[in-house]
Design a protein around this ligand. Sequence first.
Ligand code: SAH
Length: 365
Amino acid sequence: MAKRNIKELSREELASWLTERREPRYRADQIQRWLYRKGAASFAEMSDLSARLRGALDEAFAVSRLRTLRSDASADGTVKFLFGLTDGLSIESVLIPEAKRLTLCISTQAGCGLGCAFCATALMGLKRNLRSSEIVDQVIEAARTLQPGVRISHLVLMGMGEPLANYPQTLRALRIMTDAESGLGFSARRVTLSTVGLVPQIKRLMEESRVNLAVSLHATTDELRSQLMPVNHKYSLAELIECCRSLPIPKRRRITFEYVMLRGLNHSAEDARRLSQLLRGIRSKINLIPFNPHRGSPFERPTREEIEEFQNLLRAQGHQVNIRAPRGDDIHAACGQLMGVSSETVSSEQLKFVHPPHASLLTPH
Ligand code: SAH
């Protein structure tokens, strides 16, 4: 039988395994620090444990590691990793250096089942949920590639997949990421989870964790949002906004609303007015994401002027609005371009099959 991956155990579970063997509970912290702080890949490395305990651990558990199948560096410094899972599937993570931050964008599912019309990951469909260890291992593996002294400062759950559709494993991973004692030790304010808008899970997440929330809005009418994001049939704009309005947002924090800019579709003066109306009274900021093209997609990115015009209309209404700089688009690492394989290897036959043309969306309003 395959040995259980020790990273699948919570601190409490590991502590009770240890106490059953008459070891003190604090060894759980010691072991987890080896796993998460020092990126240990074997028990043999854990030099402050007795040889006997190392042996017992080795008999009972395995230490997982993701295989780096490929890493590509963009001209702008962004690095995209393709990681292989044990069952042959692959996922992507993206390391994004900025002036004062080093952000890692991580995946929570292999593929995605939500079917957003503009997203490359949607073309794959959902392959499977990631285990919490597979989510956390992306951070450990990316950190391994950094120069000594360089550290990842921010984590965003914005890679492949819908984190809240994999709620239990994502929450487990968040606990390890934000565990200051023996986990990865990120402050919750430096971790952001982006969701398509699964209302019940958003509420649960805000009760169970203190990470930042980003919500993919992308449209200001149910008609358009349902065409772009099938999830809108289940949770309408009104329901989603009502949920966001009622969340207990900690002081000095805001909800981020993401808004992908699709040329001629969602950035009219009317849209700006409706968006402003929707967000009234919600402590929020708006992140405009210029659409990143990928093969098989019928959408276009608006011009810089069009995007700035939309930004100005919203700013005039008192909103905080940023335009997200597309990062790593030359290596297909930008938002909505992650496919778990280099996109050239996806045949046009596959694209046609999974992604029916959204002809109605191509006529500008
Ligand atoms: N499932 C999560 C995380 C997805 S990726 C969510 O839906 O929020 C993060 C952001 O990139 C989302 O807002 C997503 O809608 C957006 N996105 C997807 N495809 C895109 C594309 N081709 N261009 C720009 N943004 C895109």
